[in-house]
Write a protein that binds this ligand. Structure first.
Ligand code: DGJ
Length: 731
């Protein structure tokens, strides 16, 4: 039973395999968070109820009095605005009187097995044997009739809990939600670092670690998308924690729009952490009887350090978030036309690509941007999803048939949420793009954003896509999104609901994605946003892989892939070998191997040597497919800490095989690199495949291996395998 209710103390205890979370219903039905940390047997933590009442003019509840409790200093489970808690609030709702005082108190609860979905939103799901149980805590503001449900699902056997919130207007008057976070957590003390993933186009998800300090700090997106600049991920990390040990709280928001992940350290030196939809320019009117569901947060606690947090996220996303045929089935090895041809292609050129690609062992050809309308550059045709007959005279069907005849599957590119001013769609519907009254809309990559909050707009795009997909010729679809949203508003929403637009936009996108994956379960979906500008768990729910970056230089990719791996599994990380000049094909392959793997080059332009190398790496790709996708990752030497070398290791679930990859970013004159492997069986023997040398697991993990002279020249790389000896134990 991962969730129990202790009637005597009025506490809930939520246990995963190695963490406990305790909630208390306090006097006057305040809901408090007493504990989140390493697993403990107790169901009550009395010393955590109140920190230090009246520490700084903190208000008292009139019934409880001033004897020892104030919402301002108590660990409020879901801190609200205006009711005595002055820290950043998780909830603020404007009522009919125009004030925002929001005071919720416990009214009941329910505990049940499994996990419900969230209407219209992506979410993680329960599978057999994960021991999932859900707790719903009900709380009400008696003055306004606002009912709040706090949802907690414990995946007992995975180390993961998820949280989200539902608001319901059970009163007589309309309410306006002005902020509604999905998670609020209070930790005693503030001796923590905040870990986050910042970036930009072509340099996504760099790891940043900074100490928490008094006041509010954190990361946000206000771009209308989760964005390149901050990922919807944050971790609160014990000061001494590193890759291999220490207490780490990891949080990831299952959402693709604006978000906030904020920490506040208060005057009592405690830490409050919030994650949810960014309150800036957000508002949602709830008429009587209406409900609002927040997206969910996936929450991991471990004492095993940042590395173990990542592995918990990886396993969890592979099993409880990614869905559909390609969750388990081997995905076809693809080649994408973008970096090979950009907009300059026709049917014959693509068929030539297919012919050559087939000889190398590639299984699917993706026709990227440029196949529709009259698109020959990025200035036109988004929204006109019918074939460009000049480039593809026989249409999609004829081209797909020709590609299939060469022995390859066929994939296609779309950017459904966008519209070019130079398009038939724009000429027919000059008001379908996102804009606000009286202002000239801004362009981004020469395009506007379509108002996906509107059903008629979505329907039009759906029908156009459906017409192509229902030919049955499409095996793969790349969904791109190449700008962020300025001038956010919808002509279809009344003035007092304009702040609903950005969330409605994301709900519209999710609706079409859900429709697509439901009607076309055999298509492999890959999402993309100018590289990795929407690399988030919301997107992973609809597409098992996401293009990680437009930067395909393998040296630059090291940082991008190390950062991405902090939270997302290798199975999801779109990574291709391209023609970029900095390194040879060996290193390009060794880096792309740590992702979905594929190609992004003109196969007709390869030298014979390069073709041989590519055939070798494709063989390696097949041999390591399951190991990389299902194995445990250990980041041994990070490019964020070492300017010369990057080393990572993947260990199979059975611990029978370990793959160690080393890349030299820059040759070091007097190098020294001894690396201790991780995750092996101490008392087993492992044979290094190439040298045949046999080591004990204990030696490899404690004494380590010497990589000082391994591939130590600019841009070189090596992959080593350690196989467990069949006899198993050491004599
Ligand atoms: C941005 C993507 O990241 C690229 O891979 C490519 O699809 C282009 N868009 C096409 O416009």
């Amino acid at each position: 039973m991962p969730i129990i209710y202790d009637i005597e103390h009025r506490t809930f205890k939520l246990d995963t395999s190695d963490s406990s979370y305790i909630i208390k219903i306090y006097e006057e039905n305040y809901v408090l968070n007493l504990y989140y940390g390493p697993k403990i047997p107790d169901t009550y933590v009395p010393d955590r109820e109140c920190v230090c009442p009246n520490a700084s003019f903190s208000p008292a509840n009139p019934v409880i009095g001033e004897h020892g409790f104030s919402p301002d200093t108590a660990p409020m489970e879901y801190g609200t605005f205006g009711a005595g808690d002055f820290r950043i609030s998780a909830l603020s709702v404007k009522n009919e009187n125009g004030d925002n005082v929001t005071d919720i108190r416990y009214t009941g609860h329910k505990i049940y097995g499994g996990k419900p979905g969230i209407p219209g939103l992506p979410s993680t799901y329960s599978v057999d044997g994960d021991g999932a149980e859900t707790l719903e805590i009900y709380a009400e503001d008696i003055v306004t009739g606002l009912k709040i449900t706090l949802y907690y699902t414990v995946f007992e056997n995975t180390g993961v809990m998820t949280r989200r919130v539902k608001a319901e207007n059970c009163g007589k008057d309309p309410l306006v939600i002005e902020r509604i976070f999905s998670l609020c957590l209070n930790l005693p003390g503030m001796d923590y670092d905040l870990l986050s993933l910042y970036g930009r186009h072509c340099k996504e998800r760099s790891v940043e670690r900074r100490p928490l300090s008094h006041g509010v700090q954190g990361v946000e997106s206000r771009r209308g998308a989760s964005g390149h600049c901050q990922n919807p991920f944050a971790a609160i990390v014990e000061k001494s924690a590193d890759e291999n040990g220490g207490e780490v709280y990891g949080f990831n928001f299952v959402y693709s729009g604006n978000f906030s992940a904020l920490a506040e350290c208060d005057h009592n030196h405690t830490t409050r952490f919030l994650m949810g939809i960014c309150p800036e320019n957000f508002g949602w009117t709830l008429l009587p009887d209406e409900k609002f569901d927040t997206p969910e947060v996936v929450m991991v606690f471990t004492t095993g350090g940042i590395g173990e947090m990542s592995r918990i996220f990886h396993r969890f996303y592979n099993n409880h978030l990614i869905r559909g045929k390609y969750k388990d089935e081997k995905r076809p090895l693809l080649i994408n036309s973008w970096e090979a041809a950009y907009f300059d292609f026709n049917a014959d050129k693509l068929v030539d690509f297919a012919k050559e690609a087939k000889k190398l062992g590639i299984e699917l050809l993706v026709m990227d941007d440029g196949w529709f309308g009259h698109r020959n550059n990025d200035k036109s045709s988004l929204g006109d999803w019918y074939v460009n007959k000049e480039k593809l005279p026989g249409g999609i069907e004829a081209l797909a048939d020709r590609v299939n005849a060469e022995g390859l599957k066929f994939g296609i590119w779309y950017e459904p949420e966008m519209i070019s001013p130079d398009s038939e769609l724009f000429r027919e519907h000059p008001d379908w793009h996102v804009h606000v009254k009286g202002r000239e809309p801004m362009l981004g990559r020469n395009q506007y954003v379509l108002d996906f909050s509107r059903r008629d707009v979505r329907e039009n795009i759906w029908e156009q896509m459906d017409k192509v997909l229902s030919t049955g010729r499409i095996d793969y679809l790349k969904w791109d999104f190449n700008r962020n949203i300025a001038g956010a508003g919808s002509a279809h929403l009344p003035p007092d609901r304009q702040k609903e637009f950005l969330h409605r936009f994301i709900l519209g996108t999710y609706e079409i994605m859900e429709r697509l994956v439901t009607k076309y379960p055999d298509i492999l979906f890959e999402s993309c946003s100018g590289g990795g500008g929407r690399f988030d768990p919301g997107m992973l729910y609809y597409s098992p892989q996401i293009w990680a970056s437009d930067n395909t230089d393998p040296i630059e990719r090291l940082g991008i892939q190390f950062g991405t791996s902090v939270c997302y599994p290798a199975s999801s990380v779109g990574a291709h070998v391209s023609a970029c000049p900095r390194t040879g094909y060996k290193t390009k392959g060794n880096v792309a191997l740590w992702g979905t793997f594929g190609y992004e080059l003109d196969p007709c332009k390869l030298s014979d040597n390069d073709k041989d190398e590519i055939k070798r790496q494709i063989k390696l790709y097949h041999e390591t497919y399951d190991l990389i996708r299902r194995g445990d990752l250990y980041r041994l030497v990070s490019p964020f800490e070492n300017p010369y070398r990057a080393v990572w290791q993947i260990v199979s679930e059975s611990r029978d095989c370990a793959m160690v990859s080393v890349v030299t970013m820059r040759h070091e004159e007097y190098p020294h690199l001894i690396v201790r492997l991780k995750g092996l069986k101490e008392d087993s023997l492992y044979r290094e495949r190439e040298s045949g040398r046999v080591y004990s697991g204990a030696l490899l993990m404690n004494a380590g291996i010497n990589l000082t002279y391994t591939a130590n020249s600019d841009g070189d790389s090596a992959v080593m395998f350690f196989d467990r000896e069949k006899s198993g134990r050491r004599e």
